[in-house]
Design a protein around this ligand. Structure first.
Ligand SMILES: C[S@@+](CC[C@H](N)C(=O)[O-])C[C@H]1O[C@@H](n2cnc3c(N)ncnc32)[C@H](O)[C@@H]1O
Length: 275
């Protein structure tokens, strides 16, 4: 499937794919965005967010608005979908701060948004297309502003299972990829590498020996096994202990407050594919 295979209007960039979605599926990603990017959204003159490829029903866009508004009351969301019937179906759900538009990777909103979230969208494209799509989307983000200390907009691109128990996403700024976050419902986890099946497109084919993401998941599983005695205090305590161990060898960017949520975030450079 090529990006050149464009939808009906030539100005819409991308390809229609399956529209599978579910209520509350993206809650982990929404909460992380609110925590990681809430301050930027709160102080922005125009805290504009885009839910790109929201799918056959508008739930994820509605929920993103609610969760962003809990940290940035002026935030507003545009749901952008390449499949016209999905836009028509979503329109009745428009309300204050929420609109739906037909469009693709060109991001048909005025100005440069502070957030673009693309969940379970690139998974259906070819791996070779990812870097060009990232560059295109990053170029649409609000720029950094050294004058105010703003780091600019954030692109959050990732994948999860049908009900959002296992999630992996990459966060990118206007300058390119920054971090990779693994997020899981801890009660459902046998070992951290269970998350491998939800790696974003840029990483899923790289989970093979010799690639950094493979080494990371191997170390993650080892640390999890070593932390087995903590399981008697619950999976949360075991995860926190595991994440703490990983900081010895991997550039983990978060700490216990996020680990408690069943998350861990690592610098992109440490997991980026070789060559
Ligand atoms: C699997 S659904 C994901 C729905 C929702 N984001 C979620 O995670 O539950 C993917 C959606 O992305 C849409 N899509 C694919 N490429 C797109 C593009 N370039 N621009 C906008 N939407 C796109 C598809 O039409 C499909 O409805």
């Amino acid at each position: 499937m090529g990006m050149t295979a464009r939808a009906a209007s030539l100005s819409v960039v991308g390809t229609v794919t399956r529209g599978t979605t579910n209520p509350n599926r993206l809650r982990r990603m929404d909460r992380w965005i609110a925590a990681a990017h809430g301050a930027e959204l709160r102080r922005a003159e125009d805290p504009a967010a885009v839910d790109l490829g929201y799918g056959a029903a508008p739930w994820t866009a509605v929920e993103l608005l609610d969760r962003l508004r809990s940290v940035a009351p002026r935030a507003h969301v545009t749901g952008v979908e390449i499949e016209p019937a999905r836009v028509t179906a979503a329109r009745p759900y428009e309300r204050d701060g929420l609109v739906f538009l037909r469009g693709g990777f060109e991001i048909p909103v005025p100005g440069r948004p502070l957030l673009i979230r693309a969940a379970n969208v690139l998974r259906q494209y070819d791996e070779a297309e990812v870097s060009a799509v990232w560059r295109r989307l990053c170029a649409r983000l609000a720029p950094a502003d050294p004058g105010t200390g703003s780091r600019g907009g954030l692109l959050v691109e990732g994948t999860c299972d049908e009900i959002g128990r296992r999630h992996v996403w990459v966060a990118l700024g206007p300058e390119g990829p920054r971090t990779v976050t693994f997020a899981t419902r801890l009660g459902s986890l046998e070992r951290p590498s269970d998350l491998a099946e939800r790696l974003p497109k840029a990483l899923i084919h790289r989970n093979v020996p010799g690639e950094p993401v493979h080494a990371f998941l191997r170390d993650f599983d080892r640390a999890w096994a070593a932390a087995a005695p903590y399981a008697s205090y619950g999976a949360r305590q075991r995860w926190i202990r595991t994440a703490g161990d990983l900081t010895a060898d991997w550039p983990v960017t978060d700490g216990p407050a996020r680990w408690r949520q069943g998350e861990i975030t690592v610098r992109w450079e440490a997991l980026a594919p070789r060559g």
